[in-house]
Design a protein around this ligand. Structure first.
Ligand code: ADP
Length: 271
């Protein structure tokens, strides 16, 4: 059936009989594609006006010495909100790209994950400093991963940023990277506010937030975990979330052993 999207289900009866049900999901598929295209186009179109707005605001803020304090405050608030909108548009574009990639994803390459994690750690430590949180990294330096560098960076840094955001002052955030017989694993553990059990299955849905008020205050877009889920799908990985309200959370990404690459001693010496 060219141009049609079909899904089938086979049920067995007794020893020899089978029943096959074919569903025509063309309409659902086309609607879903229209939704994806619409989101991608709107996000793309919003980029230019936002860039213009933030350009003008930057000029206004630079000249703020000659401006009345209440205007200065207004410009700063406008600038913050424009930045928030830019983050949202960027996250929507990233998500659209990941959703539409499927089989034609960018060519995977060997990614030096430990090096990437050291950079993510540095950024996290800068974010965590005002809250006097301790961020640590424990990574096996010889473990590299076959994957898409930019996407893996988005996923890991989203998880680390969340841990910093949802952990109060003086908390701990521990990042780990290791391998075992089941595969290669990235994990972020925090002793922050945690998540009630009922929310966990829905966390990776777009815009799903446990507490909308609090999340808006922390500057998130509600798309971070949806991006993580799609990056993991592209890498045949899984996300395991373990959390208790009031005690902290652990987000673990596991990748199949076939994606593991080991750094040779020669490469390590050149590093
Ligand atoms: P946001 O931009 O709101 O952080 P995410 O998709 O990254 O969006 O996360 C979805 C929701 O999951 C957050 O709003 C927050 O309620 C919850 N969450 C994510 N990470 C953590 C964490 N480490 N500790 C507690 N809650 C978390």
């Amino acid at each position: 059936h060219p141009g049609r999207h079909l899904q089938y289900e086979i049920t067995r009866f007794g020893d020899n009989d089978k029943l096959m049900i074919v569903y025509d999901i063309t309409r659902v598929h086309n609607l879903e594609q229209m939704r994806k295209d619409f989101v991608a186009n709107v996000s793309h179109e919003l980029r230019t006006p936002l860039t213009v707005l933030s350009g003008y605001l930057e000029t206004l803020l630079e000249q703020s010495d000659d401006t009345a304090p209440r205007w200065q405050k207004a410009f700063r608030r406008m600038d913050e909100q424009t930045q928030r909108m830019k983050n949202l548009v960027n996250d929507l574009l990233t998500l659209s790209r990941l959703e539409n990639q499927g089989a034609e994803a960018a060519a995977p390459d060997t990614v030096h994950v430990p090096r990437m994690l050291r950079q993510i750690l540095q950024d996290a430590q800068i974010m965590a400093a005002p809250k006097r949180q301790q961020v640590t990294l424990n990574a096996d330096d010889s473990l590299l991963l076959c994957g898409i560098e930019g996407d893996l960076r988005s996923a890991f840094s989203n998880l680390v940023t969340n841990a910093v955001k949802y952990t109060p002052e003086g908390g701990r955030i521990d990042i780990r990277w290791w391998a075992d017989d089941h595969g290669v694993h990235f994990e972020v553990q925090d002793n922050g506010i945690g998540i009630d059990r009922e929310h966990i299955p829905r966390l990776t849905e777009r815009f799903y937030r446990v507490d909308a008020g609090r999340s808006t205050a922390t500057g998130g877009t509600g798309l971070g975990l949806a991006i993580v889920k799609h990056v993991l799908l592209l890498h045949r990985g899984t996300l395991d979330i373990h959390s208790r309200a009031g005690q902290g959370s652990r987000f673990r990404c596991s990748f199949p052993p076939v994606l593991l690459r080991r750094e040779t001693a020669i490469e390590a010496a050149a590093d």
